[in-house]
Design a binder for this molecule. Structure first.
Ligand code: ATP
Length: 235
């Protein structure tokens, strides 16, 4: 579904990504793990066109999307939930969710999808008329994910969904990520510092160190790997 080949991305003189190759198959959950500053967020921003690569190619569903602007990439079905959620604090929950649908024209289906996200996250249904900024951190993360789901993505990019949240909320969010993947058929690209959790939910994982992919394997194999355990699982 997605192919990254030889991707190099820079911020001025700083090279954040060095010859990155990655593949995502349709229907998978893949995770990208790594320490602070390894280049995980940059990979997502490169993928969705916010920080275009200096060289290399990105192919999505057989089409070369390298260098396309973010709105064109979004229109092809790639939706990102950025780190730190970035919901609209002065809009209500429902208005925030409407913002996710601005590229869509299928009004009746949008209504059904709204009911669907309210089923996934009943707390959002309860708070549908409340301003986004008044929600708890966990609820804002649920809202950010729901807004992305409302855009009907084929590929959902999630940047650190567990960041700063209590373990019980993180579990709820990861259960939903799994559900959206299995039941709605959305392919998931998950960036996480919580490697333990991410590798448990992922079919496959990539390990990134200072802008380079150093390992790739199934989630289960990476979880059992001694080097991964030592560096990322605190064992
Ligand atoms: P974190 O988990 O802390 O978000 P990360 O793995 O997502 O880390 P990136 O945010 O992608 O890492 O950063 C990769 C490298 O690029 C780092 O060295 C970082 O300092 C640098 N970098 C990131 N954003 C910028 C920017 N806007 N300008 C200059 N350098 C940047």
């Amino acid at each position: 579904m997605l192919k990254l080949r030889n991707i190099q991305t820079f911020y001025g003189n700083i090279q954040a990504l060095k010859n990155i190759d990655m593949d995502v198959k349709e229907g998978e959950i893949i995770t990208l793990i790594g320490a602070n500053g390894a280049g995980k967020s940059t990979t997502l921003m490169t993928l969705c066109g916010i920080v275009p690569p200096a060289s290399g190619t990105i192919e999505f569903q057989g089409r070369d999307i390298t260098g396309l602007p973010p709105d064109k990439i979004a229109a092809l079905g790639i939706s990102q939930v950025p780190e730190g959620r970035r919901i609209f604090p002065y809009l209500t929950v429902t208005e925030n969710l409407d913002m996710g649908t601005f590229l869509r024209k299928d009004k009746t289906q949008i209504k059904q999808d709204l009911n669907h996200v309210f089923e996934l996250f009943p707390i959002l249904a309860e708070r549908r008329n409340q301003q986004g900024g008044t929600l708890s951190g966990g609820e804002q993360q649920m809202l950010a994910i729901s807004r992305a789901i409302m855009s009907k993505p084929k590929l959902l990019l999630l940047d650190e969904p567990s960041l700063g949240l209590a373990p019980i909320i993180v579990k709820q969010i990861f259960d939903i990520i799994r559900k959206v993947n299995k039941e709605d058929g959305v392919t998931i690209f998950l960036v996480e510092q919580n490697a333990n959790l991410a590798l448990k939910v992922a079919d496959r994982g990539y390990v990134m160190e200072t802008g380079t992919i150093t390992m790739t394997d199934t989630g289960a194999n990476l979880l059992a790997d001694e080097a991964v355990k030592k560096a990322y699982l605190g064992m």
